[in-house]
Design a protein around this ligand. Structure first.
Ligand code: SF4
Length: 293
């Protein structure tokens, strides 16, 4: 049986900054005796709304394991702009930390993303990673994503997407091929000298609209002010394009309301923090292209 962690270039390894893709990266490096081929690139697409712990984790994986991780951020998606100008390469110190790439996408679109139209993932991750590879001169490549064996519905969608031939890349899922589950990932990180240091619901963008309401309350309760940026995006877009109804990331409530809820009841117990959120159990950006559009 071939080793699923042996990757043939040209390839893009999508590192989301979560434990699962970190696990995958370690095993890919191990399968290549610690050194990746020159045409296999590891990328982290920063949204500017990642938790500092995530940024530190990405940086630590790279430095401890001796692998180059390219940090890239969305700039624009205008077709007339050269692909190299549609993203910016940054590093741990220079990475955006105040939502700049995310705000740029929202401004460019003129409306907010939501659970159905998740253009934040599409533009800040899938398309930005594509532009990165195009800028290096690749026309086609292998896209390596960290979908596990216990995420079979997503894996199946990945295979279906490959079969459709709609993308210029072919997606491979070494963790799914190797039968790796969340339990294996957790056991691996329990043995390491460092870790992400976040609870599962704290990963991805700090107050992502896909997080359930109790989790967003908990985010604001434990880190007051986190929801301000999100509320500000709603207010700004409301003023510009949607005066009548008010723009929201989530139809049922605004971020301003969530902030008020927590102010009124600062000691509320959110509950349900460890429930599975079907949309949040995957690291953002590992969804297959098309699903997030
Ligand atoms: S984590 Fe949520 S808000 Fe951030 S890019 Fe992904 S879907 Fe969008």
């Amino acid at each position: 049986m071939t080793n699923p962690y042996r990757i043939e270039g040209p390839a893009l390894i999508s590192f989301s900054g979560g434990r699962t893709s970190g696990y995958m990266l370690w095993h890919i490096l191990d399968a290549h005796d610690g050194k990746l081929p020159d045409d296999v690139h590891v990328c982290f697409a920063n949204t500017g709304k990642e938790r500092e712990e995530t940024l530190r984790f990405v940086h630590e994986c790279a430095t401890r394991w001796g692998v180059r991780v390219r940090w890239i951020e969305f700039v624009d998606y205008a077709k007339k702009a050269p692909v190299a100008d549609r993203f910016e390469e940054v590093g741990f110190n220079s990475a955006s930390r105040s939502g700049e790439p995310f705000a740029a996408v929202i401004r460019r679109k003129g409306y907010l993303p939501n659970s159905v139209t998740r253009f934040c993932t599409t533009h800040m991750k899938i398309e930005t990673l594509k532009h990165f590879m195009l800028s290096l001169g690749y026309k086609t490549w292998t896209n390596v994503v960290g979908l596990r064996a216990d995420e079979m519905h997503r894996v199946a969608r990945g295979h279906a997407r490959n079969a459709s031939g709609k993308d210029r890349w072919k997606t491979v899922m070494p963790l799914a091929d190797a039968g790796v589950t969340n339990r294996d990932v957790r056991a691996f990180w329990a043995r390491q000298e460092f870790d992400l240091g976040l609870l599962p619901f704290e990963g991805n963008c700090d107050a992502c609209f896909l997080k359930a309401r109790p989790k967003l309350w908990e985010v604001e309760r434990t880190r007051p002010g986190t929801l301000d940026w999100w509320s500000q995006q709603e207010a700004e877009i409301t003023g510009k394009t949607n005066k009548a109804s008010g723009a929201r990331f989530v139809t049922e409530y605004s971020y301003a309301e969530l902030i008020q809820d927590v102010r009124r009841q600062p000691d509320m117990f959110a509950g349900g923090l460890f429930d599975d959120d079907p949309d949040m159990d995957a690291e953002c950006g590992l969804w297959c292209a098309g699903e997030a559009a």
